[in-house]
Write a protein that binds this ligand. Structure first.
Ligand SMILES: [Zn+2]
Length: 147
C-alpha cells in the first residue's frame, strides 16, 4: 500500500471518527433535549394531576358541607314544625311548643331572634317573682322582661 493511499484511508478513517463523534455528540444533545422535554412534560402532568387532586379534594369538602347543611336543614325543619310564634305581652315574641303535652322536654320558650337564625336557644329565667319576669337568651344575649 502506498503512502498516499495509507494517508487517504487514514484521513477517511479520521473523518468517519469525527462524523461518528459528531453523531454521538448530536445524539447526546438530542437525547438531552428529549430528556429535558420529557421532564418538562412530566412536571406539567404532575402539576395538572396535583391541581386536579386539589380540585377533587375541594369538591369532596364542598359535598360534605352540603350534606351537613342538608342534614341540619332537615333537622331544623322538624324542630321548626314543633314550635309556634306567640306574643307574650305587647309585641314580646317567643317561640313556644305547639303541643307541650306531647314533648319529652319540659315546657320552655325559644328566643325568637335565634329561632330566625335556625338556632334553638331556650330562654333562661334570671328573675321571676309574682310581678316581674326576666329571661335571657344565652346565645344572642337578648333579654325579655315581662310585667
Ligand atoms: Zn337568642
Amino acid at each position: 500500500m502506498s503512502i498516499e493511499l495509507t494517508g487517504f484511508l487514514s484521513s477517511i478513517r479520521t473523518t468517519i471518527d469525527v462524523v461518528k463523534g459528531f453523531q454521538s455528540t448530536y445524539s447526546s444533545i438530542q437525547i438531552m433535549e428529549a430528556k429535558t422535554e420529557l421532564l418538562e412534560r412530566l412536571i406539567g402532568i404532575q402539576s395538572t394531576a396535583l391541581s386536579l387532586q386539589q380540585e377533587h379534594s375541594a369538591l369532596i369538602n364542598e359535598k360534605n358541607e352540603l350534606q351537613k347543611k342538608f342534614i341540619e336543614f332537615d333537622s331544623w325543619k322538624e324542630t321548626e314544625s314543633s314550635y309556634r310564634l306567640i306574643d307574650l305581652d305587647k309585641g314580646k315574641f317567643v317561640y313556644a311548643l305547639k303541643s307541650p303535652q306531647l314533648s319529652s322536654e319540659p315546657n320552655h320558650w325559644l328566643c325568637q331572634n335565634c329561632f330566625n337564625d335556625r338556632k334553638k336557644s331556650i330562654l333562661q329565667a334570671i328573675f321571676v317573682n309574682d310581678f316581674d319576669e326576666m329571661y335571657v337568651c344565652n346565645r344572642c344575649k337578648s333579654y325579655l322582661s315581662l310585667h
